[in-house]
Design a protein around this ligand. Structure first.
Ligand SMILES: [Zn+2]
Ligand SMILES: [Zn+2]
Ligand SMILES: [Zn+2]
Length: 254
C-alpha cells in the first residue's frame, strides 16, 4: 500500500486525520477545496496551478493548456511532420495500407477548425480535433479516391496529437477502402480503437493516460462505440477483422 499522504500537493498544508482529500489520475493528493479554486487542463485534466503544472495558458479558442502539456505541444506543421512520418509505418505494420493517401499534415487552431465545420468530421464531442481532406476523381465509371492531407488541432501535447493523427488515419483508411456505410459508432469506434492500440504499445505515463481516457469515455459514440468495436475486433482477431472489413466493406458480426 502506498504511504498515507501527509501534505497537500497544492497548498502543502498537513492533512488532519479524517480530512477528505482527492487524488488525481497522476497521483497528486490535494485538499478537496482546490477543485473549486483551480480549473483543469483540457488535455491532462490536472488542476492548473503553480505547484502541479507550473501554471498554464489559455489558447485563443478558449482551451486551457497546462505548462506540462505545453512542453510537448505541437503548434506548427514543421513540428508535426516528423511525428506523423514516424506514425505511418506503425499502421502499415498492423496491416493498414493507404493507397491514395498524400501524407500532408496541417495544424490549425480551434477557431479556424470551427470555421471548416461544415466539411469536417468532428472527432470528439465539443472539440473538433481533426479532419481529413477527401477527393473523389471520376473518369467514366472509374472512381479514384484520394486523401490529400490531415489537419489536426494545434497545441495538443504530443501524445494526444499522435493519437489524433492515428484516429484521422483510421478515417482515411476507411474512406480509401470505400467502407462507406458504417454506423457512426462503428466508424468513430474503429478510429479510436487504432488510437487506443497505438497508445497501449507505448510505455509513457502520457500514453497510459490516453488509454485511460478512451477506456473511461462515457460518450455513446466515441466511448461506448469504441469499446464495442474493440470487443468485436478482439473476438475475430485484429488482422482478420480488418481483412473482413476491407473485402466486405462492413465489420464482421458482433
Ligand atoms: Zn491544499
Ligand atoms: Zn495538462
Ligand atoms: Zn473521427
Amino acid at each position: 500500500m502506498p504511504p498515507q499522504p501527509t501534505h497537500c500537493a497544492i497548498c502543502s498544508s498537513p492533512f488532519i486525520p479524517g480530512q477528505r482529500y482527492l487524488i488525481d489520475w497522476w497521483g497528486n493528493v490535494f485538499c478537496e477545496k482546490h477543485l473549486q479554486e483551480y480549473p483543469t487542463c483540457s488535455a491532462c485534466r490536472r488542476l492548473v496551478c503553480q505547484r502541479l503544472t507550473g501554471g498554464g495558458v489559455t489558447y485563443p479558442d478558449g482551451r486551457l493548456m497546462c505548462q506540462r502539456c505545453r512542453a510537448t505541444a505541437v503548434d506548427t506543421k514543421q513540428q508535426a511532420k516528423p511525428v506523423v512520418e514516424a506514425i505511418a509505418p506503425q499502421l502499415y505494420q498492423w496491416g493498414l495500407r493507404f493507397n491514395g493517401l498524400i501524407l500532408k499534415i496541417a495544424v490549425e487552431d480551434g477557431l479556424t477548425i470551427a470555421q471548416h465545420h461544415g466539411q469536417i468530421d468532428p472527432n470528439s464531442r465539443g472539440q473538433l480535433l481533426g479532419y481529413i481532406g477527401r477527393t473523389t476523381e471520376r473518369r467514366g465509371n472509374q472512381e479514384r479516391r484520394i486523401v490529400n492531407g490531415i489537419t489536426v488541432l494545434s497545441g495538443l501535447p504530443q501524445e494526444f496529437f499522435e493519437g489524433t493523427v492515428v484516429h484521422e488515419l483510421g478515417h482515411a483508411w476507411l474512406y480509401l477502402a470505400k467502407v462507406d456505410n458504417l454506423p457512426r459508432w462503428q466508424e468513430e469506434g474503429f478510429c479510436n480503437l487504432l488510437a487506443y492500440i497505438y497508445h497501449k504499445e507505448r510505455p509513457t505515463p502520457e500514453a497510459r493516460w490516453e488509454v485511460k481516457r478512451l477506456e473511461d469515455d462515457p460518450d455513446p459514440i466515441y466511448g461506448e462505440g469504441f469499446r464495442r468495436v474493440r470487443a468485436l475486433f478482439k473476438k475475430h482477431g485484429f488482422g482478420k477483422a480488418l481483412n473482413y472489413t476491407f473485402y466486405n466493406r462492413c465489420f464482421p458480426p458482433e
